[in-house]
Design a protein around this ligand. Structure first.
Ligand code: SF4
Ligand code: SF4
Length: 111
């Protein structure tokens, strides 16, 4: 069966007796065709680690557990035990606690 193009030229796709079945099969094949795979070298690491800056208790002997840094931290990343304890995944490295510690117990470090 010959179908007319929208421009009326008659230059359209020829559909077989099954109507658009061939076209549908072609579209289905295009849809389920596997996506191209990037050529990644086998030696490439699965995850590229990037350094993060976080606060650390650099001089725990200087910490008097006053709790100022706990109140300062906007991420609730610091808890108090015998000294301040910083949870690195929660820390965004803003440095506020380092600035507020009057005893010089904290520092920023790359991990
Ligand atoms: S502000 Fe300094 S001294 Fe006070 S708890 Fe925090 S780290 Fe320790
Ligand atoms: S550097 Fe900022 S986010 Fe990290 S523990 Fe100190 S105050 Fe909290």
């Amino acid at each position: 069966m010959r179908q007319r193009c929208r421009d009326g030229s008659g230059r359209g796709a020829t559909l077989g007796p099954a109507g658009g079945a061939g076209l549908a099969r072609g579209l289905a094949a295009a849809v389920i065709a596997p996506a191209p795979v990037a050529n990644v070298p086998a030696s490439a690491p699965a995850v590229v680690a990037r350094a993060r800056t976080v606060a650390i208790v650099a001089r725990s002997g200087s910490c008097i557990a006053c709790g100022v840094c706990v109140d300062t931290c906007p991420r609730d990343a610091i808890t108090l035990e015998e000294t301040a304890v910083i949870d690195p995944p929660l820390c965004n490295g803003c440095g506020l606690c380092v600035n507020d510690c009057s005893y010089g117990a904290l520092a920023l470090a790359e991990v």
